[in-house]
Design a protein around this ligand. Structure first.
Ligand SMILES: [Zn+2]
Length: 272
């Protein structure tokens, strides 16, 4: 056994107090609920201002383009355009809320594609950037603020947001409330059951980032979380991002992993 002192918290999905440790990283202890299988962070760090330094914004708005000199921005630009193609299959237009909108990159692409966009993020710095550089409608409001203002949205996107939630069910219930009756939400999270994670364990930065990540989903546990949050109709999407410079073999292997819900990311669409 390890020497960590566990400040036990019960499973945020089902309330069970029974769990097994699946991995530790420094002081952080990640466990799997014995009842519902959700993997979650046992010891939650002090929340104060951790997101002010979360976004590494050392570029300007005009650097976000297909031929950007920043390789990561080229990738994100390409990924966001592919996300829009998937989104268009479900909703061609409408009021879109991006939660965890960060520097506004997805919002910018969605806005360029005709959606009526707004974003929320906890980071003051990131929201300021998205307003200043892209003229976007973003704020530091919370989902609770939007509920109290009676806001409704046709589309709510949560790109790599749910893994940050301390209590995903509580937060997704709010998303459910914020949707119009025919609204949809689109969710993408790191996949705890991915080949990448299985091979690299705690070294996989995409999935295990315990200062910020508190819930670690598999296809099964994300379905369970959606159900408990009030969603009755949802489906996993095989979004296999094709990135510039990656070989056809790399892209094909990602596609195949995704068929078995074992690619690095999990994507879901859920209807209200
Ligand atoms: Zn549980």
């Amino acid at each position: 056994m390890n020497n960590h002192k566990i400040k036990t918290r019960s499973c945020p999905n089902c309330g069970s107090n029974e769990f097994r440790i699946v991995l530790t990283e420094g002081e952080f202890i990640i466990v799997r609920c014995s009842k519902c299988s959700l993997v979650y962070l046992q010891n939650i760090p002090d929340e104060k201002n951790i997101y002010e330094d979360y976004y590494d914004i050392e570029y300007s708005g005009k650097d976000y383009c297909a031929d950007s000199e920043f390789g990561n921005l080229r990738d994100v630009y390409e990924i966001n355009n592919q996300r829009i193609k998937y989104l268009k299959k479900f909703k061609q237009s409408g009021k879109l809320l991006d939660t965890g909108s960060g520097a506004g990159l997805f919002l910018k692409t969605a806005s360029d594609n005709g959606y009526d966009v707004s974003g929320i993020d906890v980071s003051v710095k990131a929201v300021e950037f998205s307003e200043r550089e892209f003229g976007l409608n973003a704020s530091n409001k919370t989902a609770d603020d939007l509920i109290s203002e009676n806001c409704k949205f046709d589309i709510i996107s949560l790109w790599h947001v749910c893994e940050h939630f301390i209590n995903p069910v509580n937060e997704l219930k709010k998303i459910h409330r914020l949707l119009e009756n025919d609204g949809i939400c689109i969710i993408e999270v790191p996949n705890f059951n991915s080949v990448k994670f299985r091979l690299s364990g705690s070294k996989w930065q995409g999935g295990n980032h315990p200062l910020y990540h508190r819930s670690f989903f598999t296809e099964k546990t994300l379905r369970d979380t959606l159900r408990r949050s009030g969603f009755t109709k949802f489906r996993r999407l095989n979004i296999s991002y094709k990135l510039p410079g990656k070989s056809p073999v790399y892209n094909a292997s990602k596609f195949i992993f995704n068929l078995f819900a074992m690619d690095a990311f999990l994507d879901f669409v859920a209807w209200k």
